[in-house]
Design a protein around this ligand. Structure first.
Ligand code: PLP
Length: 351
């Protein structure tokens, strides 16, 4: 679709994507963009039905967090939002929210017990939410096993919202954030790693930023962080954590998820409770925008249009210039073929 609109030079010169900016306002182009996204969502929905046995609506917002499971990446903050949303829908069935499918995927290191418990909690919350008739299509939660590049190829083009919610100061860069934005997902994220550069490139108005900055995180820790104060002060946060503790997602078993609750109310090393309020507020803004579909699509196109900088060609050229101090050498086609043969026979000789 992109090539038919702006030509195919963007394939080898990613900055060319900026030409999409002018098209972001055109109703016909927006319509086509939406249809491509919907087709990609149908493909992922079919995969979800096969692997999880859950029917999700391709009309719902696909809200995705796919990355290694780690406490600093804060999948648990996402889960706390899901439980809060579930509680709001249950207590107010007429609530004007955008229907959502929350998709988690990612592997845990073999000995990382807490990460495995987080996966179990996601699946357990999914089991409860997905079978609650009061909720219907307003909320579905799935964990897709065996996250790998092939699964990523299904997920990125189908995503509406990209969850990049690590504690500010913890993520060196991130690359998943780039794959999502390149595919027209809007980011909800902290000022961490490459989220900052993505914000600069796609524009502050086309991304949902929330939470404490790296400096503020350090300041909170310096003064002595007390997560329990956030728990006592915020009734929705308290309700969500109490449900996990009381066995609402573990058939009444109050032991299974205790390590998660104790970790959050004890040290909460990654400040989930301190960022919870701002995260929920940002998610409310996400809903409002998704309900104005043309505004959303405009921003989706603006995201793809702004991602030219994140080409690996640009990255490697920068390394060559600034770090290795080498210049590119132009070689013609014939030389190139000889060079390949030469290198290849050298490799064979060495082996
Ligand atoms: C991109 C990618 C990652 C890295 O994701 P982050 O969100 O940057 O942590 C990990 N695994 C797979 C399969 C990926 O495609």
């Amino acid at each position: 679709m992109i090539s038919s609109a702006i030509g195919k030079s963007w394939v080898t010169d990613l900055d060319e994507l900026r030409k999409l900016r002018d098209l972001a306002e055109e109703p016909d182009f927006q319509q086509e963009w939406m249809e491509v996204k919907r087709a990609n969502k149908r493909k992922l929905a079919a995969q979800i039905r096969r692997t999880n046995g859950v029917d999700v609506s391709s009309e719902s917002m696909f809200d995705c967090q796919t990355k290694r499971i780690h406490e600093y990446k804060r999948q648990l903050l996402n889960v706390l939002h899901v439980i809060t949303r579930y509680n709001r829908i249950r207590s107010n069935p007429g609530l004007n929210v955008a229907p959502r499918t929350v998709i988690f995927s990612g592997k845990a290191a073999p000995s990382y017990t807490m990460a495995k418990l987080i996966i179990q909690l996601v699946n357990s919350v999914g089991n409860v939410v997905n079978s609650d008739r009061r909720v219907g299509d307003l909320l579905k939660v799935v964990f897709l096993p065996n996250y790998n590049v092939s699964l990523g190829e299904l997920i990125f083009p189908a995503s509406d919202l990209s969850e990049q919610i690590s504690t500010a100061g913890t993520e060196a860069s991130g690359t998943g954030n780039m794959k999502f934005a390149l595919n027209g997902a809007l980011t909800i994220g902290t000022l961490d790693g490459a989220n900052i550069e993505i914000m600069e490139e796609v524009g502050r108005e086309n991304i949902f930023v929330f939470g404490h900055t790296a400096d503020q995180v350090n300041e909170i820790k310096r003064r002595g962080y007390r997560p329990r104060e956030y728990y006592e002060r915020n009734p929705e946060l308290k309700e969500a954590l109490d449900m996990i503790a009381n066995g609402a997602f573990s058939s009444g078993d109050q032991h299974l998820f205790r390590p998660i609750v104790e970790s959050l109310l004890g040290r909460d090393t990654y400040l989930l409770l301190a960022d919870y309020g701002a995260y929920i507020e940002a998610q409310d803004h996400v809903d409002q925008l998704y309900l104005q579909r043309h505004e959303w699509v405009r921003k989706s196109i603006a995201n793809t249009a702004g991602m030219g900088k994140f080409s690996s060609d640009r990255t490697i050229a920068e390394y060559a210039r600034e770090i290795w101090g080498i210049k590119p050498e132009k070689i013609d086609k014939l030389d190139r073929r000889e060079l390949v043969i030469q290198n290849f026979s050298e490799i064979l000789r060495k082996d």
